[in-house]
Design a protein around this ligand. Structure first.
Ligand SMILES: Nc1ncnc2c1ncn2[C@@H]1O[C@H](COP(=O)(O)OP(=O)(O)OP(=O)(O)O)[C@@H](O)[C@H]1O
Length: 285
């Protein structure tokens, strides 16, 4: 997690800055005017039920999908300027894009070239990352023969290889064994310690509780709660999962339902405003 010295100063723009970010597919609005401001060097945990719009939001922030409305910038560079923003960001999507016919090492060398990492430097970094993720012995096998977890590791290394300022990770521990998952969590913590910003979407609340400086909960395309995890948990009025204490799970359950339990939603602690979902929010979805 971040130290106070890594917080944004007047001179530096937020690592991620979005205003009114909106995406419609046809007549359906799947991301509905969200505002985000993520400080450099912090970890932002992005939560929400299946279909809430998390991936769509990340695709807009990583230039892969054009917003229907609103604006976003990464390290001050607008996402509409794809070339300007490209080297600032790394993205691990849910399904890492890899070429089955390449070896793991070739795939990473290819990504390094695309990202303008000098070849000698790239080789050193690739060797280091492969060792860190216990992939060195398999580096020269074709990805075709890799397990899901091995592909995931390659995707993660590919997102980090050019040392981007802002990294977007969609379910980074998906398919990983506990040791590899622990390595990923340690890597995320060390990225943040080094001043890189991590935007982390996951359904694993313990990961967010451990790593996130700020949590945002998306529900039906709207940011319904935002703040430091401990503060959100402390504010939730209830124990929705019945375990005797308020946790991030209680927050999640309270703010991602149209039921009266949503009345227990916490106040946002940094300005997004906790929202009570309206009964017709899911209309047309
Ligand atoms: N290209 C598309 N065309 C039409 N609808 C889409 C498209 N991409 C996503 N959607 C819809 O947008 C909504 C949000 O999808 P999204 O993948 O962003 O959700 P998510 O929060 O990432 O979900 P999950 O947790 O299941 O990964 C869903 O209803 C989905 O069906």
């Amino acid at each position: 997690m971040s130290s106070p010295s890594q917080q944004t100063t007047d001179e530096s723009p937020p690592a991620i800055d979005a205003t009114g970010l909106t995406k419609q597919f046809g007549s359906t609005t799947v991301v509905d005017g969200i505002d985000l401001s993520v400080e450099p060097g912090t970890v932002y945990g992005f939560l929400g039920p299946n279909g809430a719009g998390k991936t769509t939001t990340m695709r807009m922030l990583t230039t892969l999908t054009k917003p229907t409305d609103g604006e976003a910038a990464i390290m001050g560079a607008p996402v509409s300027d794809r070339d300007g923003v490209r080297n600032h960001l790394g993205y691990l999507p849910e399904e890492p894009p890899v070429f089955d016919e390449l070896t793991g090492r070739e795939q990473l060398q290819y990504v390094a070239r695309l990202r303008d990492v000098p070849p000698a430097e790239a080789d050193d970094r690739i060797t280091e990352w492969l060792e860190r993720f216990d992939l060195a012995a398999d580096a020269d096998r074709r990805i075709d023969d890799y397990s899901k977890g091995m592909r995931q590791k390659i995707g993660l290394i590919a997102a980090l290889l050019h040392e981007p300022s802002v990294v977007f990770l969609d379910e980074p521990t998906s398919g990983l064994d506990p040791r590899a998952a622990r390595t990923v969590l340690d890597v995320i913590a060390s990225l943040s310690d080094a001043g890189q910003t991590v935007f982390l979407s996951t359904h694993i609340l313990s990961v967010v509780e451990e790593l996130a400086d700020t949590v945002g909960v998306l529900y039906d395309g709207t940011l319904v709660a935002e703040g430091p995890p401990a503060e959100l948990s402390a504010q939730v009025d209830g124990d929705a999962d019945g375990d005797g204490q308020s946790t991030l799970e209680d927050v999640f359950l309270a703010v991602t339902t149209d039921s009266p339990a949503a009345q227990a939603a916490p106040e946002s602690t940094n300005g997004a405003g906790a929202r009570q979902p309206a009964a017709d929010d899911s209309a047309g979805r």
